[in-house]
Design a binder for this molecule. Structure first.
Ligand code: NOJ
Length: 562
């Protein structure tokens, strides 16, 4: 099937259901002004590349004014571009240039907290009667007596003492990220006005950082899913988003299917969709955190995805993702970046892009970029650095801590985008702010574009297929062989077609089970996608489209028009 790019009509309600988004982490994407830090002009210079891939929108991690304690997730002015990334004029140019190519810009809204350098917080800590004091969450205490023993996500207590006030402020993340008090209507109004500012600039959607944590209640020890959460979201939607054409996606680690039905209700009363993380957490020890590694159970992953697919059908909307700036590279995590990097990167992409929902690709995923291993001194991410110190103090063995860091550090995703085999990988002409994965001479965009067998062109096909085959957007989902330890297969079906997706999650070949072989799509359908080229060229009988042998990490799409 030929790759045929279809541009979406963004004035149509629910256009984002047909869209594919691409996440850019601005600091690591492309430098244009020779300071080793990615910037807005850098993104503009790569829009044609993104257009070639076929994406419909870019989610940009924050590029607003920030002291950069948490790489921009600590915002000190919501309405100013950080000078490190460029100017407001650059931002306007980016929005306009992207729009010309049918690409929407989706801004990252960090509404749960600000930077401690935000004007509101600087005022808030002056005295208790300051009008901004109540913009944040304070409790009385003394240096010896914390309000309670809640912990922050990046280590240490969730409370920091301000001696002049005799009070603690609450922060779910770093000390420099004080939590906003959403119970205060003035805070909410400020945020809605700020959102309107960006919508008026041409922003076509938002990703909402840790949105399930805004309605916290520290007195009850509650962080996620607070009692007023959905009330706040409905107000946010009515006041801030208004237009039906905005694409909004909330980051919600605490979301289950039932809650996601509220978040992504078809009447758009809250958001378009959420990022849920149940699948992402399957390879960690139950009840422990992400650093406590456990092997992935394929049946568990399949059942989890089927639960979401079936659970939200007609009642909400899924996002589909395997990577982001907080997660390790999926090909190193669930794929095989040793002997089958290309095949396994494509397999993972095909399995997720065949489902119902809106896919999000993270920069470099379309190249099959991999994790890194660094000495501890070279890690930049504060979560990683704090984890190391904390676990060391708790008596963990340094080698074990490093194993967890190699597997899970957020810095795996934050190495520079690999554009070419030149010095500094075509990212910059000076040494970048953080490392470049040494494999950049092998894995880079220039090589991928010159190789028709690359992960890039495979993703290009996946994106095009979603637009060409309505069954991918609208069809029902039926999981096949749920308990099989190696095969991941499912059927998508609508009234006039069927799509069979079948993949081998293992490094050894395997015979396709009966349950799959008897599907009409397998018997009658056309093989429209495969990550083994011999299938397309039908070199020999083994390579035939109906071969019952799936090669290591092989994936196939069969499409049957009834
Ligand atoms: C989630 C973001 O994705 C992450 O990068 C950030 O550190 C935290 N929220 C805090 O804003």
């Amino acid at each position: 099937m030929a790759v045929n790019h279809i541009k979406l009509d963004k004035s149509k309600k629910g256009w984002w259901k047909s869209a594919v988004f691409y996440q850019v982490y601005p600091k690591s994407f492309q430098d244009s002004n020779h300071d080793g830090i990615g910037d807005l002009q850098g993104i503009i210079s790569r829009l044609d590349y993104l257009d070639q891939l076929g994406i419909d929108g870019i989610w940009m991690s924050p590029m607003l004014q920030s002291p950069q304690v948490d790489n921009g997730y600590d915002i000190s002015d919501y309405q100013a571009v950080d000078s490190m990334f460029g100017s407001m004029a650059d931002m306007e140019q980016l929005i306009a240039e992207a729009k010309k190519r049918g690409i929407s810009i989706i801004l990252d809204l960090v509404l749960n907290h600000t930077s401690d350098q935000h004007r509101w917080f600087l005022e808030a800590k002056k005295d208790k009667s300051n009008p901004y004091h109540d913009y944040y969450v304070w409790r009385d205490g003394s240096p010896e007596q914390l309000p309670n023993d809640m912990r922050a996500a990046f280590g240490g207590p969730a409370w920091t003492y301000v001696p002049e006030l005799g009070q603690y402020y609450f922060h779910q993340f770093a000390v420099q990220q004080p939590d906003l008090n959403w119970d205060n209507p003035a805070v909410r109004r400020e945020l809605y006005d700020m959102i309107r500012f960006w919508v008026n600039k041409g922003i076509e959607g938002f990703r909402l950082d840790v949105i399930d944590q805004i309605a916290k209640n520290p007195d009850l020890g509650v962080t996620g899913n607070g009692p007023r959460l959905h009330e706040f979201l409905r107000e946010l939607s009515a006041e801030g988003f208004q237009e039906e054409y905005l694409a909004t996606v909330g980051e919600a680690w605490g979301a289950d299917v039932e809650r996601a039905k509220l978040y992504s209700a078809p009447d758009c009363s809250e958001l378009s969709m959420v990022f849920q993380f149940q699948h992402i957490c399957l390879d960690q020890q139950p009840g422990k955190d992400k650093w406590d590694l456990a092997p992935l159970s394929l049946p568990a992953l399949k059942k989890c995805m089927a639960h979401w697919q079936n659970g939200l059908e007609g009642q909400g909307w899924n996002s589909l993702f395997l990577n982001n700036h907080d997660l390790p590279r999926i090909v190193s995590r669930w794929g095989n970046n040793q002997d089958h990097r290309l095949e396994s990167a494509k397999l993972l992409g095909a399995l997720f892009h065949g489902m119902q929902g809106t896919p999000f690709i993270y920069q470099g995923e379309e190249l099959g970029m991999t994790n890194v291993k660094l000495p501890i001194e070279e890690y930049e991410d504060l979560e990683t650095v704090n984890l190391y110190k904390e676990r060391l103090a708790q008596g963990y063995n340094p080698a074990d801590i490093m194993e967890s860091i190699y597997a899970r550090s957020r810095d795996n995703a934050r190495t520079m985008m690999q554009w070419s085999g030149e010095t500094y990988a075509g990212f910059s002409d000076v040494e970048p702010w953080f490392i470049i994965n040494p494999n950049y001479t092998e894995i880079n965009a220039e090589k991928a574009l010159a190789d028709e067998n690359s992960v890039f062109y495979f993703y290009q096909k996946l994106i095009a297929l979603r637009k060409q085959l309505p069954v991918i957007r609208d069809g029902s989902f039926t999981l096949l062989c749920p308990d099989d330890e190696q095969i991941f297969a499912y059927i998508r079906e609508d009234s006039n077609s069927q799509l069979l997706v079948a993949g081998n999650f293992g490094a050894t070949g395997i015979v396709i089970p009966e349950e799959i072989q008897k599907q009409s799509a397998f018997l009658e359908g056309e093989l429209i996608l495969s990550n083994y080229r011999k299938r397309e060229y039908k070199e020999d009988s083994e390579a035939a489209k109906d071969s019952v042998m799936l090669e290591p990490y092989e994936v196939r799409y069969y499409y049957w028009k009834k």
